[in-house]
Design a protein around this ligand. Structure first.
Ligand code: KG4
Ligand code: ZN
Length: 336
């Protein structure tokens, strides 16, 4: 059994984890940058500076908590795309220096694949073929895996990602940032049929997502209501918005799974923490005889344990990256 020291710094969470090749997480520390909240979104330069400030402290804490030392590690893993370039470069530079100074192999992973591999932490026995719905703050993708390294992106967002839509809707409702968890909580006591909102691209042969029409509809609806009415019906409005975001994600995933007789569905990314999405995908997949898996909420949002999990097959296959490797911000799931 081998040990990996993993880093995640692609957006506004600095995270360090230690994981072994049996997918056991020995330690996963996350420092969420709350400083962005007052700007209503992530400020890229501030994010890079905060990663720079936090990454050494978190690494020391991870080693202290586990009683391990750098020389006990067998590899260093880090996510190198997609994400904010300045943020990615902090994690990558730090990981490279450790790998170089300790003589350890460097393993680089795609952040979206890392989200998907977070499922292996609780379910290490999962095997392809599977269909993954990855929904985060910057991405919504439906990915068909025929093997661990063989996959095809079936659909993706044409405009806003699911998480971005939650965040923008929450901003319009004056709720704060990030909006997903706030809408999720409010919606628990709300009526999802309170506001009629549009569902984009309903055709059964189209697996892309689009949320710009929904955003416009929410804006229009709110501009026609009295502020006091909105305030007293926040839970119903939140539930209606949540359902309009979740519906196309569930329908498209299940339509594809049915057409291609896929029995294993993996949910991943920050929006995979959404209680309605988890419930509805699980309930509606029963009629297909498909099983839905999702990581525990801490491993849905950005964390380094998932980066370590995605690096395990690469460590076992000795697929290392040269120390000259660069980070890049291009969107989406790519083989690396
Ligand atoms: O994967 P993630 O941590 O970061 C990116 O890679 O983007 O995802 C963050 C996104 C945010 O948009 C946040 O609002 C959303 O995940 N999110 C949720 C929930 N928890 C986090 N959206 C809906 N319901 C939640 N419970
Ligand atoms: Zn993410």
């Amino acid at each position: 059994m081998k040990l990996l020291l993993a880093f995640e710094s692609s957006c506004d969470d600095t995270s360090v984890a230690i994981i072994n090749t049996e997918y056991e997480v020995l330690c996963s520390l996350v420092s969420t940058q709350l400083d962005h909240a007052r700007f209503g979104g992530v400020l890229p330069e501030l994010a890079s500076r905060l990663h720079m400030q936090n990454i050494l402290r978190l690494t020391q804490a991870a080693l202290e908590q586990t009683g391990l030392e750098l020389r006990d590690m067998d590899a260093v893993a880090v996510s190198i795309n997609p994400g904010l370039i300045g943020s990615l470069l902090v994690g990558l530079s730090f990981a490279k220096s450790l790998a170089w100074s300790q003589g350890l192999p460097l393993i680089t992973v795609n952040h979206m694949l890392a989200h998907i591999f977070a499922n292996f932490i609780e379910h290490p026995g999962l095997r392809p073929p599977f269909l993954a719905l990855v929904v985060s703050g910057g991405h919504s993708e439906l990915v068909h895996f025929t093997d661990f390294t063989q996959f095809r992106v079936i659909g993706k967002t044409l405009d806003d990602a699911a998480g971005e839509t939650f965040d923008k809707a929450a901003k319009l409702l004056g709720l704060g940032f990030p909006g997903g968890p706030l809408i999720d909580k409010l919606a628990q006591s709300g009526d999802q049929d309170f506001v009629k909102l549009p569902r984009a691209l309903p055709r059964k042969d189209n697996f892309n997502f689009s949320y710009s029409g929904l955003k416009t509809a929410i804006l229009q609806y709110l501009s026609q209501q009295e502020p006091a009415f909105v305030q007293s019906n926040l839970n119903h409005i939140a539930a209606s918005i949540q359902q309009a975001i979740v519906d196309p994600l569930v329908s498209k995933t299940l339509t594809y799974a049915k057409q291609h007789k896929i029995k294993t569905i993996l949910l991943a990314g920050g929006v995979a923490a959404n209680s309605r999405l988890r419930e509805e995908l699980s309930a509606r997949s029963k009629s297909l005889g498909a099983e839905v898996y999702f990581p525990q909420p801490a491993y849905c949002v950005d964390n380094a344990a998932m980066v370590g999990a995605a690096a395990i097959p690469k460590l076992l296959a000795e697929q290392y990256s040269p120390l000259s490797v660069n980070a890049f911000s291009a969107k989406g799931t790519k083989t690396l």
